[in-house]
Design a protein around this ligand. Sequence first.
Ligand code: ZN
Length: 208
Amino acid sequence: MKIICIGRNYTEHIKELNNETPEEPVIFIKPDTALLRNNNPFFIPDFSNDVHHEVEVVVKIKKPGRHIPLGFAKDYYDEVALGIDFTARDVQSQLKAKGLPWEKAKGFDHSAAISAFIPLGELTNEVPEGIYAAAFSLEKNGMVVQSGNTNQMIHNVDEIIAHVSEYFSLRIGDYIFTGTPAGVGAVKSGDQLKGFLAGKEMFNFVVK
Ligand code: ZN
């Protein structure tokens, strides 16, 4: 399986990092060794002094596809999770300055924290729009540090799937991280991170 991630998908987050708003989704991929599950602790890697949390809604691909038309994209997922795209911001800044790929900053071991999946229908119980207007947030040590709503995405989940599948064949079990809202910031040893999606606690783990 692969972990496909979308960058710069929320306007307020683009502003906080002084990035340009992209015309097409910004795509990068993490290897399967990036997965962190089951509320296991996240260990800050030695090579970074500035690892940021990016809370993101994640969908799981349920059938194979490529060149998926926009109108059919919704048939390719029916479960959703909440995750954190951990980012070594200091490393990423150095790479960006040199125009180099972001992999070392984004794809390192355990950089893709992910909750258990829930059926999309659980979101529809909260709001009729379901995945298209789902509220989510991240608490750090009991304080809300990021909150967003999927209705703020520049490219919604279906548009992401249609676009990504022009370049990468999607397979059953692939994950798509759909971008982070504003409020990203550094984590430090001892922090407790709790994520909420549509009012439901999705993950709760510590940083070491
Ligand atoms: Zn991200």
